[in-house]
Write a protein of this length. Sequence first.
Length: 278
Amino acid sequence: MYLSNLQQDEIFVPSEMKSLKSLTQMESRRGLENVIISNDKIVNVVSNSYGHVPNELFFKKAEEMLTDAELNYQKRTINRDDRSFITDFIIDDNSQFSVKNEKDLILPMLRFKNSYDGSEKTSGHFGFYRQVCSNGLHVSQAEIEFAIKHSKNNTDLIMPRLKNLFDKFVDNEFYTITKKFNRMREFKIIDTKEFVKVILDRTKLFRYECSDKNNDPSKKSREVLEILDNEALLLNEEPNLWIGYNAFNQMLHNTLKKSFSQQERLDKKLFNAVYEMA
């Protein structure tokens, strides 16, 4: 159900690099000679040495890796303001893993990122896709090494063969981290409000209280509590650390205004804070 409703943003928007002088008829200082134009908007100012990496080149090259590795996958694409982009390749095969609940399915995921405004490193990493909340989990980030050669007239992507990297990830990191997922599931949360308060105190993701004068849960805190309760009902389980972590993760991806890299960094921080309680 979830894999058939994945977000499908248009990521192959028109983009090009043009000289600033050709647009303004004015000289620019050294290091700011060109602009990156994405979908008829200027999104970045760069130097003459910068090599523009269009999405068509990068993401299609990434997809070729999966095709060559003969992996079955579903694709999710996200475009943020024609500035930063991701493609998630969710591996839909025998590597799937359930957290001791047939409704709670975990799949390996490959995420590739690119940006035209310089906010994201052109990169790829392994992670997880959880069908219950349809979010990406990034607690595992085995980086995919590749080199990008930037030059004025030539941008070459040199990527590795994916098959060996994926097999190594599934044999080692995938099953190692999913064991941690199961351990978190074994620890029940007796007081959900206290749990949310403790995690926020450790991570500083946002404030638990409404204000200095009002100790009631803030709007964001209430949202996490609601997600936690609803998911426990959906899975027919008592609230536990695994569900609690995913309640924060879901809000991180859907409510908080964070870049892709910030989401990944905070996801790791949240996971570690929750896992320490197991």
